[in-house]
Design a protein around this ligand. Structure first.
Ligand SMILES: [Zn+2]
Length: 170
């Protein structure tokens, strides 16, 4: 990588589909926070779309591939695991390569559940997992006005962008 480069930008996108049937006591996990919802998300892991998009953004910033290459679905170690563990592994890689996270911006796309009331808890969870302060972590939520697969409540999508800054010690 170019030695003089001080910043790198990364983008990530992820989608998970809801299970077909409603389940009593079901929840979705977003940013490590369990949020009650009629349907759970189908996934090999906990289906944390926000954390998966974030991992892809971090890896993308350094052109290190994507989450599927680093944590393959075929690996039993990642079955039902907390995606925050994957995020911590990715961050270790980022810091080992000599970079720090400058800031993160994410957009959850879902008709339901409503994420706005959970945004403070999600940001706090990410701050702890990533060892960042709240001002570095933006979490937003939007609907698609009933349009498309998220509008039909078939799943949840999430976009993430990150800015990395070369660490002083690198
Ligand atoms: Zn995913």
């Amino acid at each position: 990588m170019n030695d003089t480069m001080q910043f790198r930008i990364g983008h990530g996108y992820d989608v998970h589909r809801f299970a077909e049937n409603a389940e009593q006591g079901a929840h979705v996990t977003i940013g490590g926070v369990e949020i009650a919802h009629s349907h759970r998300l189908l996934a090999h892991s906990d289906g944390d779309v926000l954390v998966h998009a974030l991992c892809d953004a971090l890896l993308g910033a350094l052109a290190l591939g994507d989450i599927g290459q680093h944590f393959p679905d075929s690996d039993p170690r990642y079955r039902n695991c907390s995606s925050l563990l994957l995020l911590q592994n990715v961050l270790t890689l980022v810091r080992t390569e000599g970079w720090n996270v400058s800031n993160v911006d994410t957009t959850l796309v879902a008709q339901a559940p409503r994420f706005a009331p959970h945004v403070p808890a999600i940001r706090a969870s990410l701050a702890t997992a990533m060892n960042l302060v709240l001002a570095q972590l933006s979490v937003k939520a939007t609907t698609t006005e009933g349009l498309g697969f998220t509008g039909r409540q078939e799943g949840i999508a999430c976009y993430a962008v990150v800015l990395l800054q070369r660490s002083a010690t690198a």
